[in-house]
Design a protein around this ligand. Structure first.
Ligand code: SDX
Length: 418
Protein backbone atom coordinates (compact mmCIF):
# COMPACT_ATOMS: atom_id res chain seq x y z
CA UNK A 1 0.00 0.00 0.00
CA UNK A 2 1.99 3.00 -1.24
CA UNK A 3 -0.68 5.68 -1.70
CA UNK A 4 -4.10 6.85 -0.54
CA UNK A 5 -6.71 8.43 -2.80
CA UNK A 6 -9.02 11.18 -1.60
CA UNK A 7 -11.99 12.40 -3.58
CA UNK A 8 -13.06 15.96 -2.71
CA UNK A 9 -15.80 17.37 -4.88
CA UNK A 10 -14.66 16.84 -8.46
CA UNK A 11 -11.01 16.46 -7.39
CA UNK A 12 -9.22 13.16 -6.82
CA UNK A 13 -6.00 13.52 -4.83
CA UNK A 14 -3.31 10.89 -4.39
CA UNK A 15 -1.24 11.05 -1.20
CA UNK A 16 1.79 8.95 -0.23
CA UNK A 17 1.49 6.42 2.59
CA UNK A 18 4.17 6.06 5.30
CA UNK A 19 4.53 2.60 6.90
CA UNK A 20 6.44 2.35 10.20
CA UNK A 21 8.74 -0.45 11.35
CA UNK A 22 5.78 -1.99 13.24
CA UNK A 23 3.56 -1.65 10.13
CA UNK A 24 1.62 1.37 11.39
CA UNK A 25 0.17 3.20 8.38
CA UNK A 26 0.14 6.99 8.05
CA UNK A 27 -1.31 9.00 5.17
CA UNK A 28 1.10 11.83 4.42
CA UNK A 29 -1.18 14.79 3.70
CA UNK A 30 1.51 17.41 3.02
CA UNK A 31 0.06 18.17 -0.44
CA UNK A 32 -3.56 18.45 0.72
CA UNK A 33 -3.99 22.20 1.34
CA UNK A 34 -1.81 23.27 -1.58
CA UNK A 35 -3.74 21.18 -4.09
CA UNK A 36 -7.27 21.40 -2.68
CA UNK A 37 -7.41 24.32 -0.23
CA UNK A 38 -8.83 21.87 2.30
CA UNK A 39 -7.28 20.77 5.61
CA UNK A 40 -8.09 17.83 7.89
CA UNK A 41 -9.91 18.44 11.18
CA UNK A 42 -9.16 16.17 14.15
CA UNK A 43 -9.87 17.78 17.58
CA UNK A 44 -7.68 16.08 20.21
CA UNK A 45 -5.48 14.64 17.44
CA UNK A 46 -6.83 11.11 18.01
CA UNK A 47 -6.28 10.25 14.33
CA UNK A 48 -3.32 12.51 13.59
CA UNK A 49 0.40 11.74 13.64
CA UNK A 50 2.55 14.81 14.34
CA UNK A 51 5.88 13.18 13.47
CA UNK A 52 7.78 9.96 12.89
CA UNK A 53 9.77 8.81 15.93
CA UNK A 54 12.23 6.02 16.75
CA UNK A 55 11.93 6.30 20.53
CA UNK A 56 8.83 4.49 21.82
CA UNK A 57 6.32 2.08 20.29
CA UNK A 58 2.84 1.53 21.73
CA UNK A 59 0.25 -0.94 20.45
CA UNK A 60 -2.92 0.11 22.28
CA UNK A 61 -4.96 -2.84 21.07
CA UNK A 62 -2.40 -5.42 22.23
CA UNK A 63 -1.19 -3.54 25.33
CA UNK A 64 2.39 -3.34 24.06
CA UNK A 65 4.93 -0.71 25.17
CA UNK A 66 8.61 -0.71 24.08
CA UNK A 67 11.39 1.84 24.53
CA UNK A 68 13.79 1.68 21.55
CA UNK A 69 12.58 -1.88 20.85
CA UNK A 70 12.92 -3.22 24.42
CA UNK A 71 9.70 -4.46 26.08
CA UNK A 72 8.67 -2.44 29.14
CA UNK A 73 8.37 -5.69 31.09
CA UNK A 74 12.02 -6.55 30.36
CA UNK A 75 13.27 -3.07 31.18
CA UNK A 76 11.32 -3.04 34.47
CA UNK A 77 12.80 -6.43 35.41
CA UNK A 78 16.39 -6.08 34.20
CA UNK A 79 17.38 -2.41 33.81
CA UNK A 80 17.86 0.55 36.15
CA UNK A 81 16.22 3.93 35.65
CA UNK A 82 19.63 5.46 34.87
CA UNK A 83 20.20 2.85 32.14
CA UNK A 84 16.73 3.64 30.72
CA UNK A 85 17.55 7.36 30.79
CA UNK A 86 20.64 6.61 28.67
CA UNK A 87 18.61 4.35 26.35
CA UNK A 88 15.91 6.95 25.70
CA UNK A 89 18.13 10.02 25.38
CA UNK A 90 21.14 8.53 23.53
CA UNK A 91 19.42 5.62 21.74
CA UNK A 92 21.20 2.66 23.34
CA UNK A 93 21.54 0.85 26.65
CA UNK A 94 24.95 1.89 28.03
CA UNK A 95 27.97 -0.39 28.19
CA UNK A 96 29.48 -0.79 31.67
CA UNK A 97 32.03 1.94 30.89
CA UNK A 98 29.38 4.27 29.43
CA UNK A 99 27.15 3.69 32.46
CA UNK A 100 29.97 4.58 34.85
CA UNK A 101 30.74 7.79 32.93
CA UNK A 102 27.02 8.67 32.73
CA UNK A 103 26.49 8.09 36.44
CA UNK A 104 29.59 10.16 37.24
CA UNK A 105 28.31 13.04 35.06
CA UNK A 106 24.88 12.93 36.66
CA UNK A 107 26.35 12.83 40.18
CA UNK A 108 28.50 15.91 39.46
CA UNK A 109 25.63 18.08 38.24
CA UNK A 110 23.03 17.56 40.97
CA UNK A 111 23.69 20.84 42.79
CA UNK A 112 21.67 23.99 42.07
CA UNK A 113 23.34 27.39 42.05
CA UNK A 114 23.09 28.51 45.69
CA UNK A 115 21.17 31.63 44.60
CA UNK A 116 18.37 29.37 43.27
CA UNK A 117 17.55 28.33 46.84
CA UNK A 118 16.34 31.90 47.40
CA UNK A 119 13.61 31.32 44.76
CA UNK A 120 11.90 28.92 47.17
CA UNK A 121 11.55 31.70 49.75
CA UNK A 122 9.17 33.48 47.39
CA UNK A 123 6.78 30.52 47.02
CA UNK A 124 3.94 30.20 49.56
CA UNK A 125 4.30 27.09 51.82
CA UNK A 126 1.41 25.29 50.16
CA UNK A 127 2.52 26.13 46.62
CA UNK A 128 1.45 23.46 44.08
CA UNK A 129 4.67 21.38 43.68
CA UNK A 130 4.19 21.04 39.90
CA UNK A 131 4.00 24.84 39.56
CA UNK A 132 7.20 25.14 41.61
CA UNK A 133 8.86 22.45 39.46
CA UNK A 134 7.88 24.18 36.22
CA UNK A 135 9.02 27.60 37.48
CA UNK A 136 12.36 26.30 38.79
CA UNK A 137 13.12 24.37 35.59
CA UNK A 138 12.36 27.42 33.45
CA UNK A 139 14.65 29.45 35.74
CA UNK A 140 17.58 27.15 34.95
CA UNK A 141 17.79 28.84 31.54
CA UNK A 142 18.74 32.09 33.32
CA UNK A 143 21.85 30.36 34.71
CA UNK A 144 22.82 28.22 31.68
CA UNK A 145 22.39 30.36 28.61
CA UNK A 146 24.20 28.21 26.05
CA UNK A 147 21.72 25.58 24.82
CA UNK A 148 24.06 22.57 24.53
CA UNK A 149 24.17 18.85 25.31
CA UNK A 150 25.61 19.47 28.79
CA UNK A 151 22.23 20.98 29.65
CA UNK A 152 20.71 17.52 29.12
CA UNK A 153 22.97 16.14 31.85
CA UNK A 154 22.32 19.18 34.06
CA UNK A 155 18.55 18.76 33.82
CA UNK A 156 18.57 14.97 34.29
CA UNK A 157 20.70 15.51 37.40
CA UNK A 158 19.03 18.58 38.88
CA UNK A 159 15.31 17.81 38.56
CA UNK A 160 15.36 15.45 41.56
CA UNK A 161 17.16 18.11 43.60
CA UNK A 162 14.56 20.71 42.63
CA UNK A 163 11.74 18.25 43.45
CA UNK A 164 13.16 17.28 46.85
CA UNK A 165 13.84 20.92 47.78
CA UNK A 166 10.23 21.86 46.95
CA UNK A 167 9.04 19.08 49.27
CA UNK A 168 11.36 20.16 52.12
CA UNK A 169 10.18 23.75 51.65
CA UNK A 170 6.52 22.64 51.82
CA UNK A 171 7.02 20.92 55.19
CA UNK A 172 9.35 23.56 56.62
CA UNK A 173 12.32 21.23 56.97
CA UNK A 174 15.92 22.18 56.11
CA UNK A 175 17.11 21.42 52.58
CA UNK A 176 19.20 18.27 52.21
CA UNK A 177 22.04 18.37 49.71
CA UNK A 178 22.63 15.64 47.12
CA UNK A 179 25.24 12.98 47.88
CA UNK A 180 27.56 11.42 45.31
CA UNK A 181 27.96 8.19 47.25
CA UNK A 182 24.29 7.29 46.71
CA UNK A 183 22.77 6.02 43.45
CA UNK A 184 20.26 8.17 41.57
CA UNK A 185 17.08 7.00 43.35
CA UNK A 186 18.68 6.56 46.78
CA UNK A 187 20.00 10.12 46.54
CA UNK A 188 16.49 11.41 45.77
CA UNK A 189 14.98 9.52 48.72
CA UNK A 190 17.77 10.82 50.97
CA UNK A 191 17.12 14.42 49.90
CA UNK A 192 13.39 13.88 50.48
CA UNK A 193 13.47 12.21 53.89
CA UNK A 194 16.83 12.77 55.64
CA UNK A 195 16.79 15.17 58.62
CA UNK A 196 19.77 16.67 60.49
CA UNK A 197 18.64 15.14 63.78
CA UNK A 198 19.15 11.47 62.90
CA UNK A 199 20.74 9.18 60.31
CA UNK A 200 18.51 8.22 57.39
CA UNK A 201 18.91 4.81 55.77
CA UNK A 202 17.38 4.23 52.36
CA UNK A 203 15.00 1.26 52.43
CA UNK A 204 16.06 -1.08 49.59
CA UNK A 205 12.48 -2.22 48.96
CA UNK A 206 11.41 1.42 48.47
CA UNK A 207 14.47 2.29 46.39
CA UNK A 208 13.98 -0.67 44.05
CA UNK A 209 10.23 -0.07 43.66
CA UNK A 210 10.72 3.64 42.94
CA UNK A 211 13.45 2.86 40.41
CA UNK A 212 11.00 0.61 38.57
CA UNK A 213 8.14 3.12 38.77
CA UNK A 214 10.39 5.77 37.22
CA UNK A 215 11.18 3.36 34.37
CA UNK A 216 7.46 2.78 33.77
CA UNK A 217 6.85 6.53 33.53
CA UNK A 218 9.91 7.32 31.39
CA UNK A 219 8.25 7.74 27.99
CA UNK A 220 4.97 7.20 26.18
CA UNK A 221 5.36 8.55 22.61
CA UNK A 222 3.15 11.52 21.68
CA UNK A 223 1.17 11.95 24.93
CA UNK A 224 -0.11 15.40 25.83
CA UNK A 225 3.02 16.63 27.67
CA UNK A 226 5.51 15.14 25.19
CA UNK A 227 3.62 16.66 22.25
CA UNK A 228 3.77 19.96 24.16
CA UNK A 229 7.56 19.59 24.42
CA UNK A 230 7.87 18.91 20.69
CA UNK A 231 5.55 21.83 19.88
CA UNK A 232 7.37 24.34 22.09
CA UNK A 233 10.83 22.99 21.20
CA UNK A 234 10.06 23.36 17.48
CA UNK A 235 10.12 27.14 17.95
CA UNK A 236 13.81 26.95 18.95
CA UNK A 237 13.09 27.58 22.64
CA UNK A 238 15.88 26.30 24.91
CA UNK A 239 15.72 22.93 26.68
CA UNK A 240 14.82 24.25 30.14
CA UNK A 241 12.07 26.60 28.91
CA UNK A 242 10.67 23.78 26.76
CA UNK A 243 10.67 21.10 29.46
CA UNK A 244 8.99 23.49 31.90
CA UNK A 245 6.00 23.56 29.51
CA UNK A 246 5.91 19.75 29.48
CA UNK A 247 5.75 19.82 33.29
CA UNK A 248 2.80 22.22 33.12
CA UNK A 249 0.96 20.02 30.61
CA UNK A 250 1.55 16.93 32.77
CA UNK A 251 0.02 18.62 35.83
CA UNK A 252 -3.54 18.38 34.50
CA UNK A 253 -5.83 15.77 36.17
CA UNK A 254 -6.64 14.13 32.83
CA UNK A 255 -2.93 13.48 32.30
CA UNK A 256 -0.21 13.18 34.93
CA UNK A 257 -2.34 14.73 37.67
CA UNK A 258 -4.52 11.60 37.57
CA UNK A 259 -2.35 9.70 40.07
CA UNK A 260 -3.16 12.30 42.71
CA UNK A 261 -6.81 12.40 41.60
CA UNK A 262 -7.04 8.59 42.00
CA UNK A 263 -6.00 8.76 45.66
CA UNK A 264 -8.45 11.59 46.32
CA UNK A 265 -11.17 9.50 44.63
CA UNK A 266 -10.33 6.38 46.67
CA UNK A 267 -10.31 8.43 49.90
CA UNK A 268 -13.70 9.92 48.93
CA UNK A 269 -15.11 6.42 48.35
CA UNK A 270 -13.63 5.18 51.60
CA UNK A 271 -15.19 8.11 53.50
CA UNK A 272 -18.49 7.19 51.85
CA UNK A 273 -18.58 3.72 53.39
CA UNK A 274 -16.39 2.23 50.64
CA UNK A 275 -19.50 2.15 48.51
CA UNK A 276 -17.58 1.64 45.26
CA UNK A 277 -20.75 0.47 43.42
CA UNK A 278 -22.19 3.96 43.96
CA UNK A 279 -19.15 5.53 42.32
CA UNK A 280 -19.17 3.09 39.43
CA UNK A 281 -22.76 4.23 38.82
CA UNK A 282 -21.70 7.89 39.02
CA UNK A 283 -18.89 7.26 36.51
CA UNK A 284 -21.43 5.75 34.08
CA UNK A 285 -23.92 8.60 34.49
CA UNK A 286 -23.45 11.05 31.59
CA UNK A 287 -25.11 13.76 33.70
CA UNK A 288 -22.57 13.27 36.47
CA UNK A 289 -19.14 14.90 35.92
CA UNK A 290 -17.54 12.18 38.09
CA UNK A 291 -15.04 10.03 36.22
CA UNK A 292 -13.25 6.90 37.40
CA UNK A 293 -9.79 8.45 37.68
CA UNK A 294 -6.98 6.14 36.63
CA UNK A 295 -9.32 4.43 34.17
CA UNK A 296 -9.41 4.80 30.40
CA UNK A 297 -6.77 5.80 27.92
CA UNK A 298 -6.63 7.47 24.52
CA UNK A 299 -4.36 4.72 23.16
CA UNK A 300 -4.72 1.58 25.30
CA UNK A 301 -7.96 -0.23 24.53
CA UNK A 302 -7.00 -3.02 26.86
CA UNK A 303 -4.86 -3.24 30.01
CA UNK A 304 -2.08 -0.63 30.17
CA UNK A 305 0.98 -2.92 30.52
CA UNK A 306 2.39 -0.49 33.09
CA UNK A 307 -0.74 -0.82 35.23
CA UNK A 308 -0.22 -4.59 35.43
CA UNK A 309 3.37 -4.09 36.66
CA UNK A 310 2.42 -1.36 39.14
CA UNK A 311 -0.46 -3.44 40.54
CA UNK A 312 2.03 -6.26 41.19
CA UNK A 313 4.46 -3.79 42.77
CA UNK A 314 1.68 -2.47 45.03
CA UNK A 315 1.09 -5.95 46.44
CA UNK A 316 4.84 -6.62 46.83
CA UNK A 317 5.80 -3.28 48.41
CA UNK A 318 2.90 -3.27 50.89
CA UNK A 319 3.66 -6.89 51.81
CA UNK A 320 7.42 -6.31 52.18
CA UNK A 321 6.86 -3.16 54.23
CA UNK A 322 4.14 -4.85 56.27
CA UNK A 323 1.61 -2.19 55.35
CA UNK A 324 -2.14 -2.68 54.84
CA UNK A 325 -3.73 0.12 52.84
CA UNK A 326 -7.56 0.02 52.72
CA UNK A 327 -7.40 2.07 49.52
CA UNK A 328 -5.79 -0.90 47.74
CA UNK A 329 -8.79 -3.10 48.52
CA UNK A 330 -11.15 -0.39 47.25
CA UNK A 331 -9.07 0.00 44.07
CA UNK A 332 -9.11 -3.74 43.43
CA UNK A 333 -12.89 -3.88 43.96
CA UNK A 334 -13.41 -0.93 41.63
CA UNK A 335 -11.27 -2.60 38.99
CA UNK A 336 -13.06 -5.95 39.36
CA UNK A 337 -16.56 -4.43 39.10
CA UNK A 338 -15.65 -2.04 36.28
CA UNK A 339 -14.03 -4.75 34.15
CA UNK A 340 -17.25 -6.78 34.32
CA UNK A 341 -19.52 -3.80 33.59
CA UNK A 342 -20.87 -3.31 30.07
CA UNK A 343 -20.27 0.48 30.18
CA UNK A 344 -16.54 0.03 30.68
CA UNK A 345 -16.23 -3.08 28.54
CA UNK A 346 -17.98 -1.44 25.57
CA UNK A 347 -15.79 1.65 25.81
CA UNK A 348 -12.65 -0.45 26.41
CA UNK A 349 -11.87 1.39 29.63
CA UNK A 350 -9.14 -0.33 31.64
CA UNK A 351 -6.90 0.78 34.52
CA UNK A 352 -4.02 2.97 33.31
CA UNK A 353 -0.67 3.51 34.98
CA UNK A 354 -2.14 6.12 37.35
CA UNK A 355 -4.65 3.75 38.90
CA UNK A 356 -2.27 1.94 41.27
CA UNK A 357 0.85 4.15 41.25
CA UNK A 358 -0.42 6.41 44.03
CA UNK A 359 -0.93 3.44 46.34
CA UNK A 360 2.71 2.42 45.89
CA UNK A 361 3.91 5.99 46.46
CA UNK A 362 1.82 6.16 49.67
CA UNK A 363 3.35 2.91 50.90
CA UNK A 364 6.78 4.46 50.31
CA UNK A 365 5.82 7.36 52.57
CA UNK A 366 5.70 9.83 49.69
CA UNK A 367 3.14 12.63 50.10
CA UNK A 368 0.15 12.78 47.72
CA UNK A 369 1.11 16.30 46.72
CA UNK A 370 4.35 14.93 45.23
CA UNK A 371 2.84 12.10 43.15
CA UNK A 372 2.67 14.05 39.88
CA UNK A 373 6.16 15.43 40.56
CA UNK A 374 7.31 11.79 40.64
CA UNK A 375 5.60 11.26 37.31
CA UNK A 376 7.56 14.23 35.93
CA UNK A 377 10.82 12.83 37.38
CA UNK A 378 10.17 9.60 35.49
CA UNK A 379 9.00 11.29 32.27
CA UNK A 380 11.95 13.69 32.03
CA UNK A 381 14.23 11.41 29.93
CA UNK A 382 11.35 10.82 27.53
CA UNK A 383 10.70 14.52 27.12
CA UNK A 384 14.42 15.14 26.55
CA UNK A 385 14.66 12.25 24.06
CA UNK A 386 11.84 13.74 22.00
CA UNK A 387 13.30 17.25 22.26
CA UNK A 388 16.63 15.89 21.00
CA UNK A 389 15.02 13.81 18.21
CA UNK A 390 12.95 16.80 17.05
CA UNK A 391 16.10 18.95 16.93
CA UNK A 392 18.27 16.22 15.29
CA UNK A 393 15.55 15.67 12.65
CA UNK A 394 15.26 19.45 12.11
CA UNK A 395 11.46 19.19 12.48
CA UNK A 396 9.56 22.20 11.08
CA UNK A 397 7.95 24.73 13.40
CA UNK A 398 4.69 23.18 14.67
CA UNK A 399 1.88 25.36 13.41
CA UNK A 400 -1.49 23.56 12.95
CA UNK A 401 -4.34 25.18 10.97
CA UNK A 402 -8.02 25.59 11.97
CA UNK A 403 -11.52 25.91 10.56
CA UNK A 404 -12.87 29.37 11.43
CA UNK A 405 -16.47 29.48 12.69
CA UNK A 406 -16.67 33.06 13.99
CA UNK A 407 -18.50 36.14 12.60
CA UNK A 408 -17.97 37.18 8.99
CA UNK A 409 -16.65 40.64 8.03
CA UNK A 410 -18.66 43.39 9.77
CA UNK A 411 -18.24 47.18 10.38
CA UNK A 412 -17.50 48.51 13.89
CA UNK A 413 -20.74 50.05 15.26
CA UNK A 414 -20.52 53.31 17.23
CA UNK A 415 -20.57 52.55 20.97
CA UNK A 416 -24.15 53.76 21.35
CA UNK A 417 -25.27 51.02 18.92
CA UNK A 418 -23.36 48.02 20.54
C1 SDX B 1 -1.99 9.45 31.31
O1 SDX B 1 -1.56 9.69 26.42
C2 SDX B 1 -0.79 9.08 27.25
O2 SDX B 1 0.04 8.30 26.88
C3 SDX B 1 -0.95 9.49 28.69
C4 SDX B 1 -0.20 8.66 29.73
C5 SDX B 1 1.29 8.81 29.59
O3 SDX B 1 2.01 7.90 29.98
O4 SDX B 1 1.73 9.93 29.21
O5 SDX B 1 -0.55 7.29 29.58
C6 SDX B 1 -0.56 9.11 31.15
O6 SDX B 1 -2.34 10.59 31.15
C7 SDX B 1 -2.98 8.35 31.60
C8 SDX B 1 -4.44 8.86 31.67
C9 SDX B 1 -4.67 9.45 33.07
N1 SDX B 1 -6.03 10.09 33.12
C10 SDX B 1 -7.01 9.54 33.82
O7 SDX B 1 -6.95 8.46 34.41
C11 SDX B 1 -8.27 10.40 33.87
C12 SDX B 1 -9.51 9.55 33.68
N2 SDX B 1 -9.56 9.09 32.27
C13 SDX B 1 -10.18 9.91 31.33
O8 SDX B 1 -10.64 11.13 31.61
C14 SDX B 1 -10.04 9.49 29.88
O9 SDX B 1 -10.12 8.13 29.82
C15 SDX B 1 -8.80 9.98 29.17
C16 SDX B 1 -8.68 11.45 29.27
C17 SDX B 1 -7.59 9.33 29.73
C18 SDX B 1 -8.94 9.59 27.71
O10 SDX B 1 -10.04 10.23 27.23
P1 SDX B 1 -10.45 10.19 25.67
O11 SDX B 1 -9.57 9.29 24.90
O12 SDX B 1 -10.60 11.60 25.19
O13 SDX B 1 -11.82 9.45 25.73
P2 SDX B 1 -13.20 10.17 25.96
O14 SDX B 1 -13.08 11.16 27.05
O15 SDX B 1 -13.70 10.60 24.65
O16 SDX B 1 -14.05 8.94 26.52
C19 SDX B 1 -14.69 8.02 25.63
C20 SDX B 1 -15.93 7.51 26.40
C21 SDX B 1 -16.82 8.65 26.89
O17 SDX B 1 -18.10 8.12 27.07
P3 SDX B 1 -19.21 8.30 25.83
O18 SDX B 1 -19.13 9.73 25.36
O19 SDX B 1 -18.78 7.30 24.79
O20 SDX B 1 -20.53 7.96 26.47
O21 SDX B 1 -15.47 6.85 27.61
C22 SDX B 1 -15.94 7.55 28.73
C23 SDX B 1 -16.29 8.95 28.26
O22 SDX B 1 -17.29 9.52 29.10
N3 SDX B 1 -14.82 7.58 29.69
C24 SDX B 1 -14.96 7.44 30.99
C25 SDX B 1 -13.66 7.49 31.52
N4 SDX B 1 -12.78 7.66 30.52
C26 SDX B 1 -13.51 7.73 29.39
N5 SDX B 1 -16.07 7.27 31.78
C27 SDX B 1 -15.84 7.16 33.11
N6 SDX B 1 -14.62 7.18 33.69
C28 SDX B 1 -13.51 7.35 32.92
N7 SDX B 1 -12.30 7.39 33.47
Amino acid sequence: MSKATLTLGNQTLEMPVVVGTENEVGISIGVLRGSSGAITLDPGYGNTGSCTSAITFIDGERGVLRYRGYAIEDLAAHASFVEVMHLLVYGALPTAAQLERFQHSLAHHTLLHEDMKKFYEGFPPKAQPMSVLSAMVASLSTYYETDDDLNIIRLLAKLKTIAALSYKKSIGQPFVYPRNDLDFVADFLHMMFAVPTEAYHVNEVVRKALDMLLILHADHEQNCSTSTVRMVGSSGADLFSTISTGISALSGPLHGGANTAVIKMLELIRADGSDYAKYIAKAKDRNDPFRLMGFGHRVYKQFDPRARLIKKAADQVLDQLGITDPLLAIAKNLERVALEDEYFVKRKLYPNLDFYSGIVYRAMGLPTSMFTVLFALGRLPGWIAHFKEMRDNRDRLHRPRQIYTGPMLRPIPPIEYR
